[in-house]
Design a protein around this ligand. Structure first.
Ligand code: CAA
Length: 410
């Protein structure tokens, strides 16, 4: 239903679709096998002017919104989930600068990301701090004109491929999450090493690495804006804007798997007829298609809420991430089922969709954390709903009278 999108988003979606069909689909299986970075796709995205579209125009970008970002990620992921995240992670890494950088910092780093000259990654998680992001331990100590960074980051998507890293460090360990500061660290800075590459189940063309910092001296001007000790909020606001991108990746994967399942079941003959002509199969496909469309519309409306500056952005970002990623896992698993034995082997592409989909339930905040964010938002909203006692009195005035009479009798 792309007709329902605003014109600008529709135009981005069409352009991304062309890149996905022309430059991603033909290489997706090979990249999955070799684990090579999709550099050829980055070039195609540059040619199509799709890199860094979310960066404001004054810093070389196109000032596109989260909705625009989502439709691009969705289309790329429909062809390859790894490519979808390799692209989207640049938004995750650069949102902290857009949200909290000084004018000088934005001028320094954002044009490089907007042009695609530099990729950027996001360093929040550590071995011992994943969901509990506020407990991170990487230290940054001010020493003259530099911060000296020591510590290790985990699960760094685009690690190694990126030249810029937004790294959350503790500058005031005594203050917990109120002592966290984001520092942009360039690849090649002495004391900064790209560590082990993780051997992942899916999204295999994207390098996910450990990062190590040992006495790494970074100019103090690399600490974003006035965010000394205020970095946790910056990370959370970043994730609010980036999570719909993960949800869009999930929608793209689910849509892609659904299309493969439709093609396969319409061609595959059993008992003298196409498998798709059996009602049991049609019902499965009907459920899959309905869930994909529901997820898509929730992603689009959450993205639009964020673009409009809606106060419930956190909740909607979490809702769409939960719903779309759970949908992707169900739909891609059903697609494997519909392919039967062929779905379980690498001769056909659907098993890759299932492997790629799994991570969308985990990264940028596990779905249990998204439910926690939604639950906390509902708890706050509940306090604004008024007391149930008032409702009871309004609807059943007799109850109040009866209570009063009981009191008198007593
Ligand atoms: N926007 C702005 N500020 C926010 C906020 C938001 N959405 N959410 C919380 N804050 C602020 C709070 O107001 C509070 O501020 P004060 O200190 O001034 O009071 C502060 O942050 C702490 O908030 P909480 O008490 O709610 O924090 P918490 O410790 O309970 O944690 C959490 C909340 C939601 C669990 C959070 O830790 C979280 O989102 N965890 C998951 C982290 C995550 O997504 N990690 C993935 C990293 S990226 C990745 O996966 C790798 C990759 O490369 C793709």
């Amino acid at each position: 239903m792309k007709e329902l999108l605003p014109e600008r988003a529709r135009e981005y979606k069409e352009r991304a679709h062309e890149v996905a069909e022309g430059a991603v689909r033909p290489v997706a299986a090979e990249l999955d096998r070799t684990g090579e970075y999709p550099w050829s796709v980055v070039e195609a995205l540059k040619d199509a002017e799709l890199m860094g579209i979310w960066i404001p125009e004054e810093y070389g970008g196109q000032g596109a919104g989260v909705l625009d970002l989502c439709v691009v990620v969705e289309e790329l992921s429909r062809a390859c989930g790894g490519v979808g995240v390799a692209y989207a992670v640049n938004a995750l890494g650069s949102f902290p600068i857009i949200l909290g950088g000084t004018e000088e910092q934005k001028q320094r780093w954002l044009p490089r990301v907007a042009s695609g000259e530099s990729l950027i990654a996001f360093g929040l998680s550590e071995m011992a701090s994943g969901s509990d992001a506020g407990s991170l331990r990487t230290r940054a100590v001010l020493d003259g004109d530099s911060y000296v960074v020591d510590g290790d980051k985990k699960w760094n998507t685009n690690g190694g491929a990126a030249s810029l890293y937004t790294v959350y460090c503790s500058t005031r360990p005594d203050r917990g999450s109120r002592g966290i500061s984001p520092i942009v660290i360039e690849k090649g800075t002495p004391g900064f090493e790209i560590g082990k590459r993780e051997d992942l189940l899916g999204i295999r063309c994207v390098p996910v690495h450990e990062l190590h910092f040992r006495g790494c001296r970074v100019p103090k001007e690399n600490l974003l804006g006035d965010l000394e000790g205020k970095g946790f909020g910056n990370a959370m606001m970043t994730l609010d804007r980036a999570r719909p991108g993960v949800a869009a990746q999930a929608v793209g994967l689910a849509q892609g798997a659904l299309e493969w399942a439709m093609r396969y079941t319409s061609e595959r003959q059993q008992f003298g007829q196409s498998v798709m002509s059996f009602q049991a199969i049609q019902f499965m496909l009907a459920d899959m298609a309905t869930q994909v469309e529901a997820a898509r519309q929730l992603v689009y409306s959450a993205a639009r809420a964020i673009d409009a500056g809606h106060s419930g952005a956190s909740k909607y970002a979490a809702m769409c991430k939960v719903f779309a990623s759970d949908t992707a896992m169900r739909v891609t698993t059903d697609a494997v089922q519909l392919f039967g034995g062929y779905g379980y082997c690498r001769d056909y592409p659907v098993e890759k969709y299932m492997r790629d989909a799994k991570i969308t339930q985990i990264y940028e905040g596990a779905n249990q954390i998204q439910r926690l964010v939604i639950g906390r938002a509902l708890t706050k909203e509940a306090t604004g709903l008024g007391s149930l006692l008032d409702v009871r009195v309004e609807h059943f005035p007799a109850a109040e009278e009866a209570e009063a009479a009981e009191l008198v009798e007593a």
